[in-house]
Ligand binder design. Structure first.
Ligand code: FAD
Length: 378
């Protein structure tokens, strides 16, 4: 239980508690204070750092590779796909305006998709639809010829066994750690109180508000709750259609003379890699074991790590010896559609989860929209 001093000075009846200090939670909290500076807004985070996806991702500032968009168009209407691209594009522009390119260490190096001979039919489909994709991308970004063939660059980048390459010239990459530090600083400057080490285990609905129960026995009351726990949402709200999806990553030590620059997708986006200075960050392989990777446990598996190392050596960096510096995993929130869940689930609770693998792009906008929903309920 709280001491008198703790109760009076900390968590003093906040109007809003935001659960989760990832991209969505922090953006929502910042927006709430921007719109209504007198509102008392607290963020409750279980980790001493955010412990989900926002500090553990690859930092691609992307809005869709050609094959991904074509696959989306097979399943959904053109309008829906255009809306999806719009949301990602607008989300990225908003993030860059809010934090600034220097603070994000944003690099406009382009986003590529690579194809091996076994992906020939996928490449040909992309080629057939390139003009169409450029029309769609142009209508969203206002830029012409966003997608182009870049086969001439394959040998320059040092790949082996890559037969074709497509470029999206409006994509870039950023420093995930710098982005989250800047967001946290923004939130604190705005007067948001961010509390870490707070694991919420139960949500009670009482007559005059909500009370969150924490793992170590504290009771945190508030008027409105925003759930921004993404891949972990089911632990408190089992009825939500969001499943955890683990993503494993590795990063090499610096590679002298590395030529790779930019961010790259391979195998329908199941693998992704980029340069981080002179290192390669490489992740993916969830399709090797979908069931096993549907977990909130931040572990690594031999099968996926081995495959990442194999592709790194054989396909991405065959002419240079690489050594692995670090490996880690993060937890995404996925569902059967790529649309986020953004809704009021009861008179005192709004939920903003299921960012898929695109939270860097859409997380800020979704946070902002969630804040607007919270304001309507106050
Ligand atoms: C390896 C990897 C690579 C990725 N690469 C990219 C990329 O390049 N580009 C891109 O756009 N997206 C990428 N993503 C996806 C992106 O990172 C996520 O979509 C985004 O970070 C989700 O943000 P969020 O705020 O919704 O969730 P999170 O960042 O997961 O935040 C949720 C927070 O809630 C906290 N929490 C959970 N339960 C509780 C509880 N009971 N009590 C208190 N706190 C709780 C967690 O600790 C966590 O910090 C990647 C994800 C991973 C894992």
């Amino acid at each position: 239980m709280f001491s008198f001093w703790e109760r009076e000075s900390f968590f003093h009846s906040p109007d809003v508690i935001v659960l989760g200090s990832g991209i969505v939670g922090l953006n929502a909290a910042i927006h709430l204070k921007q719109i209504s500076p007198s509102l008392r807004v607290s963020v409750a985070e279980r980790g001493f750092l955010p412990y989900g996806a926002s500090t553990r991702n690859a930092g691609f500032a992307c809005f869709g590779s050609a094959s991904e968009l074509i696959a989306d168009l097979d399943m959904q209407s053109e309008d829906t796909v255009v809306q999806l691209i719009e949301k990602r594009w607008n989300g990225l522009q908003r993030l860059r305006r809010l934090i600034g390119d220097d603070n994000l260490r944003y690099e406009p190096l382009g986003g590529y998709e690579i194809f091996t001979p076994s992906d020939q039919s996928t490449f040909e489909r992309c080629l057939d639809k390139l003009t169409y994709l450029n029309n769609i991308a142009g209508s969203v970004t206002g830029k012409q010829n966003v997608f182009s063939i870049k086969d001439d660059d394959i040998s320059r980048l040092g790949f082996r066994g890559v037969s074709h390459m497509l470029l999206n010239n409006q994509e870039g990459q950023l420093d995930t750690g710098a982005m989250m530090q800047a967001l946290l600083a923004r939130a604190q400057q705005a007067g948001v109180e961010v509390y870490t080490g707070v694991t919420v285990t139960e949500v009670l609905h009482e007559e005059d508000g909500i009370v969150l129960l924490t793992q170590n026995g504290f009771r945190l009351p508030c008027r409105q709750l925003l759930v921004a726990t993404n891949g972990f949402a089911k632990s408190l709200y089992p009825e939500l259609a969001v499943e955890p999806a683990r993503a494993q990553v590795l990063i090499t030590h610096p590679i002298p003379g590395l030529k790779l620059r930019g961010s790259f997708h391979y195998d329908e986006g199941y693998y992704y890699f980029r340069n981080v200075g002179d290192r390669i960050l490489f992740g993916g392989g969830r399709n090797l074991d979908f069931d096993g990777e549907q977990t909130t446990s931040m572990q690594l598996t031999e099968t996926i790590q081995h495959r990442l190392e194999q592709l790194l050596q054989e396909l991405i960096c065959p002419y240079t010896e690489t050594t692995i510096d670090m490996r880690w995993s993060g937890i995404m929130g996925m569902g059967t559609t790529k649309t986020a869940i953004l809704e009021r689930i009861n008179p005192r609770t709004v939920c903003a989860v299921r960012m898929g693998g695109m939270g860097v792009a859409i997380g800020g906008l979704i946070g902002e929209e969630a804040a607007e929903l919270i304001l309507k309920g106050l």
